[in-house]
Design a protein around this ligand. Sequence first.
Ligand code: URA
Length: 236
Amino acid sequence: MERLDKIIASQGQHSRSDVKKLIKQGRVTLDGKTVKSADTKADPQKAVIAIDGRVLNYKKHIYIMLNKPKGVISATEDPTQPTVIDLVPKEMRREGLFPAGRLDGDTTGFVLITDDGDFAHRILSPKNHIMKTYIATLQRELTAEDVAAFGEGIELRDGTLCLEAEVVPLAGTVPMAQVKICEGKYHQVKRMFAALGNKVLELRRIKMGELCLDESLEEGHCREITEWELALIEKR
Ligand code: URA
């Protein structure tokens, strides 16, 4: 059981003091009855809470898919540059949002933003082998040796060893590849190609686990991830 003002404020649309005012004004109901006091307790998973007759769709956590554009950094706040959190629309905002895994400023694509630390830890931990899929535009074509090196585990130029990864050359007018990694070392994909004497010119993340970036989501836009989609990320 939790305090009603805390439950409502946790959803991000009202501050705790706003909720107290709403309750005072008699605008909040719990299971159909007007709430008299902000310290009324309820089970957030079961209670039917309404404000001005509109039922609160309580969610313990929120999971957001962002199609990140270039020039936006994967941080929660920054004094000079726009962050991925700045792109979250008001109706999805709440305390404690952070990007589950970072993309470089010049990398585009799928960033998952959540307030669920346990989930983020699970999907980022290399132990859980959740693959992150990228499309890289390269300076030169891949060789069979490059493909084999990715499969064996690349040693970065500073001696860091990467876990086994996958790379598949893609047909096109410029050299491109699809890369799958289950780790998130700093600049990892760029450094893996650099270790092979190649260079990443463009990088886009298109998939986390089995969940693809929604290609109808414009760059800079967010949408909530459904429960069904969430399961795809951790699917084995
Ligand atoms: N690897 C990189 O080099 N950059 C990213 O943004 C993500 C993975």
